[in-house]
Design a protein around this ligand. Structure first.
Ligand code: ZN
Length: 447
């Protein structure tokens, strides 16, 4: 995630509105490394009006020029950084000095770039330019489909689909039992074999994305799911939650916010209770989200790679609750839909981290693929440089729209580019600091 100040909870987690995205892009474009910086400087001069904040005698031109010069430096001294920070306070995306954004004009000069299809969006973001903002039409995603609650199998990546298990078995030299081939029935022996070959969450996900890429390139995916083989309940996850959970983990460690583990732990074997600091504490909703993880694997033993099948995440945050209250009606019975949210993912990362230090992310393949820099950067473009234009408004992308786009991106990349592979896990927390990126900087490339 990007922020102008990671020490301020408000600025860290603030989602930018389209006009604020454009302001940030214009400021980034002031950099002397931008071949069009002169144009950006002229524009910013027109769009910032110090008198709106009652500032007379404000040396606007000098400010703009100093800003562009420092932004263009490859490295900054502490003094330069301090000066830049103070300049950017005035030009901040939340500053009241800004005039209205001239959308038409910015479209003409391609500072706002219109993108009209999902593949074009992925392509544009892959090239990525922090001095630009991408505008997409609302109907780019099928408007009549529910990508959030009643997500049909057409739009879910089912980790236990017959195709996914077959592909994994074939790749790992397991013979497919007749009963599985005929009815999809997974016998105990077959489970044992899948376990022995390491059919953990990460392996299942890697494999499922491979199947998607090869067999269903046009399928839109908004959720990862599987059924708990014992209860039949559905457990969902999303790429963006994995990313956000990881970012929160890194940010918490940076600012020293701690997860408080509940006293009830150990009451039931494999259950963890935790209170995760809220992004923005409010008196109304309390300072913590409460997470319960049932049937957690023992990360210190390499017992079973199948524990993820049974782990049920609970969280009292609105997003998670929203889905948990949603019963999925099958022909036989009602099933609950559980959902991995950023808090439950942050909790898992913390448990693993506490046990062995980051070096020993033991069994990370169970649940927590650690997003690589490429995936963070791609998501950042969707969150800070993309907006949707509807008939009468402009708005940031919704969670499901981010998710659908992330999956389109995932189809174009090898899994190891998206997540750290097991053996290249960073050794120290510092090495994960790429999760927190500045809002204003000079160049940004996806490679
Ligand atoms: Zn939550």
């Amino acid at each position: 995630m990007r922020s102008a100040n990671f020490d301020s909870p408000r600025l860290t987690f603030q989602r930018l509105m389209p006009h604020q995205m454009i302001r940030a892009a214009l400021i980034n474009g002031l950099s002397q490394q931008n071949p069009y910086s002169d144009y950006y400087r002229r524009l910013v001069k027109e769009l910032i009006n110090p008198l709106k904040e009652g500032k007379t005698g404000f040396e606007l031109e000098k400010h703009i020029s100093a800003c562009g010069d420092i932004l263009g430096e490859h490295s900054r001294t502490t003094k330069q950084q301090k000066y830049l920070d103070s300049l950017l306070m005035d030009f901040s995306f939340i500053s009241d000095m800004w005039e209205d954004i001239p959308y038409k004009e910015l479209e003409q000069v391609q500072i706002i770039k219109k993108v009209d299809s999902l593949s074009a969006l992925v392509q544009a973001v892959k090239i990525g330019n922090i001095n630009q903002v991408y505008e997409i039409p609302e109907d780019m995603f099928p408007p009549d489909r529910d990508f959030l609650k009643h997500v049909t199998l057409t739009n879910r990546l089912d980790l236990l689909s017959r195709e996914n298990i077959s592909a994994f078995a074939r790749a790992n030299g397991i013979d497919l039992p007749d009963k599985f081939l005929e009815h999809g029935y997974i016998s105990n022996d077959f489970w044992v074999e899948l376990n022995e070959r390491g059919f953990a969450y990460k392996a299942a996900l890697t494999n499922a994305i491979g199947v998607l890429k090869n067999n269903y390139p046009y399928k839109l995916i908004s959720a990862i799911s599987h059924r708990n083989p014992t209860t039949g309940d559905q457990i969902r996850g999303s790429l963006h939650d994995v990313i956000e959970g990881f970012e929160r983990f890194v940010h918490r460690h940076k600012v020293g916010d701690e997860i408080v583990f509940g006293l009830e732990a150990g009451k039931y074997e494999g259950t963890e209770f935790a209170y995760v600091p809220k992004r923005i504490p409010t008196r109304l909703h309390g300072d913590f989200d409460t997470v319960e993880l049932h049937y957690m694997p023992d990360f210190l033993s390499d017992s079973s790679s199948l524990t993820w099948l049974h782990t049920m995440p609970y969280c009292n945050c609105p997003y998670s609750l929203n889905l948990r209250n949603h019963n999925e009606q099958t022909q036989q019975a009602k099933r609950i839909v559980y959902n991995w949210c950023p808090h439950s993912i942050d909790t898992v990362l913390e448990i693993i981290h506490k046990q062995k230090g980051v070096r020993g992310f033991a069994l990370p393949e169970n649940f927590v693929p650690i997003p690589a820099k490429l995936l963070i950067k791609f998501s950042d473009y969707l969150r800070y440089n993309c907006y949707v234009k509807t008939e009468n408004q402009r708005r940031p992308l919704r969670e499901t729209e981010i998710e659908l786009t992330l999956f389109e991106f995932a189809k174009t990349k090898h899994f190891d580019w998206l997540f750290h592979s097991e053996n290249t896990m960073p050794e120290y927390l510092d090495r994960l600091s790429y999760a927190l990126r500045p809002l204003y900087f000079t160049q940004d490339r996806l490679d």
